[in-house]
Design a protein around this ligand. Structure first.
Ligand SMILES: CC(C)(COP(=O)(O)OP(=O)(O)OC[C@H]1O[C@@H](n2cnc3c(N)ncnc32)[C@H](O)[C@@H]1OP(=O)(O)O)[C@@H](O)C(=O)NCCC(=O)NCCS
Length: 186
């Protein structure tokens, strides 16, 4: 049942957004935000320097969809018909019923509630159809936008991984957040 769901990842609709599988045609829209140094640093990945990296990333994700190994959605702005970001559930562990939430958006669309709106749909899917018990997230301490999104959705901070990662050659802490099924569902 879950295997079928993973191999046929459903679209998720919100009032302003369509969350759907990545397509090769998304490469340019993805590169538009993936080359942004601040977005890469906040998202804990190296910014892309070439369009080809977006294309390779999407091709790998499409292959992973086929084996049910990518819980990864392009976030399409329904009115603009544009891919404005990406959201995923990583580190999926079926036995422990948990996964980690990740996301990144084009800065032209920041501050309008899109990250919160998309995350709400993915969390509904995670605790609903996918049957997870826990959704985690890690965030840099100065990423106020993401911390706001997580806390608004009810995530609780549960710890700090000290000097867990290197950002631009400097060790940085990561804040660990989580949301439990019982806290989300009525
Ligand atoms: C973090 C990010 C996803 C937020 O996306 P978004 O669509 O702007 O998020 P939302 O609009 O749903 O909510 C963000 C909230 O944080 C607030 N915020 C953002 N930056 C802030 C800052 N520096 N200080 C105070 N508040 C801030 C916004 O005002 C908004 O709150 P409001 O709705 O009450 O006004 C986006 O900035 C992003 O893609 N960043 C780069 C990648 C990244 O950080 N990914 C997450 C890794 S954990």
């Amino acid at each position: 049942m879950t295997t079928d769901l993973l191999k046929n990842l459903p679209d998720l609709q919100t009032p302003r957004l369509l969350l759907r599988k990545l397509r090769m045609e998304d490469a340019e829209d993805m590169f538009e935000y993936a080359q942004d140094a601040e977005i890469g640093a906040s998202g804990l990945w190296l910014p892309y320097t070439e369009l080809q990296q977006s294309a390779e990333d999407i091709a790998e994700t499409i292959t992973a969809y086929e084996s049910g190994k990518a819980l990864d959605w392009a976030v399409e702005h329904r009115a603009d018909h544009k891919m404005i970001g990406r959201i995923n559930l990583g580190h999926y562990h079926r036995g422990d019923q948990r996964a980690d939430l990740g996301y990144a958006y084009n800065r032209r669309y920041w501050g309008q509630g899109y990250a919160t709106e998309a995350a709400r749909a993915v969390i509904d899917f995670a605790f609903g159809s996918l049957g997870l018990n826990r959704v985690g997230a890690v965030v840099l301490p100065d990423n106020i936008g993401s911390i706001t999104v997580l806390t608004r959705l009810g995530f609780q901070q549960e710890g700090v991984q000290r000097q867990f990662t290197q950002i631009r050659g400097r060790p940085e802490d990561l804040l660990c957040f989580s949301l439990l099924r019982a806290e989300w569902l009525p």
